[in-house]
Design a protein around this ligand. Structure first.
Ligand code: NAD
Length: 472
């Protein structure tokens, strides 16, 4: 596969360059690196028509053949890992090593999803009647992905949607369209035409998808604010929706941890992917007995971390992906400065190209501060001192979000007891951000609706159908 030149949408198995384009910017340099197709309404209609036409054949394809296709697709991603990772770094900003992990994870995600099964439930098997419930595909799925992990988060949808027998129209973020466009090209060589369509465009395209009468389900990953709009728009035709939204994940660090051992892990829990992870640790509550020691260890480690262009050897943290997000993070830092909070590291702004923000750690800001209450989605971490466990659990839960959380302790039973009191879709103990295609992942409260992953996630791409037969 070639990784330069034209970028085309995949519609009905064909490359469509589109009638208009938009700029794609490298966030490390602010240089325009490519033009992506800006889909018109007619081009989206063509993608939906192609998916509708492909759906009956794909739904009728034996599940083992669909499994084989997903495995082939996963293998093809892995075979193109080098080109895809460079492209991902160029458009997203993340270091090559992280980009390689994401692309590798995307390939493995499809292969992992391919091992799932659709259950059949026998409701009754009596002399009078036989009744069973099976799970049938929904139809055409509109899949909408964000810019922080464009490839793997798209595969969270592609794997189960295709395994269940649906056809797809996939839309990446306008900030990171290129890797997904290349993925569409790869898929066109493996899947029947129309089963997987990739469209790219500006701000109009997402709402066109969520309102499209030819789309039966929307699977959306992005912010809570946009998630609300998606749900509202999908309601017009009662589309099924899965919403994976924002988070404000707390970490609760108990006094019995080995500070030297966990400091580096806790740092990356917050700063991996430059903090642009839905399940990044966004508030770190540290017990007062170890607060000063852990603070010193995290800050000492933070000073060793190299920030730069993700394409340069040795870079550990790249730029923020895009200008609007860069401005949002700077605004939060500005607010913390205006209110006189104490900065342990970072906080300064550079005057050079690229959306770079230094690693910034704020010392014990008040609980009601914006940096504690809002989702920063960037390299700014509030470290917060606690001494009462009930109080810190109440604070962890006092948010509209409920995506992830972590508890850190040498005593697993104690950590488990804390974990069970936290209202979030996932709680990790002594680690964070571990996800697998075999386990359900989703948000409580306003962090989402439904789940991805595992059998539960697969079932969200199906309708339950009960067939009851009377025995004479
Ligand atoms: P976003 O909501 O701005 O955009 C997400 C996607 O939706 C993009 O493709 C965008 O083009 C599209 N979109 C924008 N407006 C739309 C509309 N009205 N209708 C339909 N589609 C629309 O989110 P983002 O800034 O790209 O991503 C960051 C957010 O995503 C953060 O809040 C983060 O926590 C969240 N996120 C959640 C998960 C999860 O699994 N829960 C994973 C990653 C990111």
């Amino acid at each position: 596969m070639k990784f330069d030149g034209d970028y085309a949408m995949t519609i009905g198995g064909k490359a469509v360059t589109g009638s208009a384009t938009f700029d794609v910017v490298n966030p490390a340099t602010e240089a325009v690196i490519a033009q992506a197709p800006d889909a018109t309404r007619a081009e989206l209609d063509a993608a939906v028509d192609a998916a509708r036409a492909a759906f009956p054949g794909w739904a009728a394809t034996p599940i083992d053949d669909r499994r084989a296709a997903l495995n082939a697709l996963g293998d093809a991603i892995l075979a193109n890992i080098d080109g895809l990772k460079r492209l991902l770094t160029a458009e997203q900003g993340k270091p090559h090593g992280d980009a390689e992990s994401e692309i590798g994870g995307a390939g493995m995600w499809l292969k992992g999803a391919a091992t799932l099964d659709l259950p059949v439930t026998v409701n009754e098997d009596s002399a009078e009647r036989y009744s069973e419930t099976r799970h049938v595909p929904i139809g055409v799925v509109g899949a909408i992905a964000p810019w922080n992990f464009p490839m793997i988060l798209a595969m969270f949808k592609v794997g189960p949607a295709l395994l269940a027998g649906n056809a797809l129209v996939l839309k990446p973020s306008p900030f990171t369209p290129l890797t997904t466009l290349k993925f569409g090209e790869i898929a066109a060589g493996i899947l029947p035409p129309g089963v997987l369509n990739v469209v790219t465009g500006g701000d109009a395209l997402g709402p066109w998808i969520t309102g499209h009468p030819g789309i039966d389900k929307v699977s959306f990953t992005g912010s809570t604010a946009t998630g609300r709009r998606v749900m509202q728009s999908a309601s017009a035709t009662l589309k099924r929706v899965t919403l994976e939204l924002g988070g404000n994940d707390p970490a609760i660090v108990m006094p019995d941890v080995d500070v030297a051992k966990v400091a580096e892990e806790l740092f990356w829990a917050a700063f991996r992917n430059n903090g642009q992870i839905c399940i990044a640790t966004k508030r770190m509550y540290v017990h007062t007995d170890i607060y000063d020691e852990l603070k010193a260890a995290i800050v000492a480690y933070a000073k060793t971390v190299r920030i730069g262009d993700g394409a340069e050897q040795g870079t550990q943290i790249g730029p923020i992906n895009n200008k609007p997000q860069y401005d949002r993070v700077l605004d939060l830092i500005g607010d913390a400065k205006d209110r006189g909070y104490s900065f342990l590291i970072g906080g300064e702004q550079r005057d050079a190209p690229g959306y770079f923000i230094p690693v910034t750690i704020i010392d014990n800001p008040p609980e009601d501060s914006r940096i504690v209450q809002e989702e920063q989605f960037g390299p700014v971490l509030p470290l917060i001192r606690f001494d009462d466990l009930d109080d810190v659990i109440a604070k962890a839960n006092a948010t509209e979000f409920g995506l992830g959380a972590s508890v850190w302790s040498a005593d697993e039973d104690r950590a488990l007891a804390v974990a069970r009191r936290i209202a979030s879709g996932t709680v990790w103990i002594n680690e964070t951000q571990h996800l697998t295609p075999l386990a359900a992942f989703g948000g409580m409260k306003q962090s989402g609706l439904g789940v991805e992953g595992g059998r539960e996630g697969l079932l969200e791409y199906t309708n339950a159908q009960t067939v009851t037969r009377r025995r004479s």
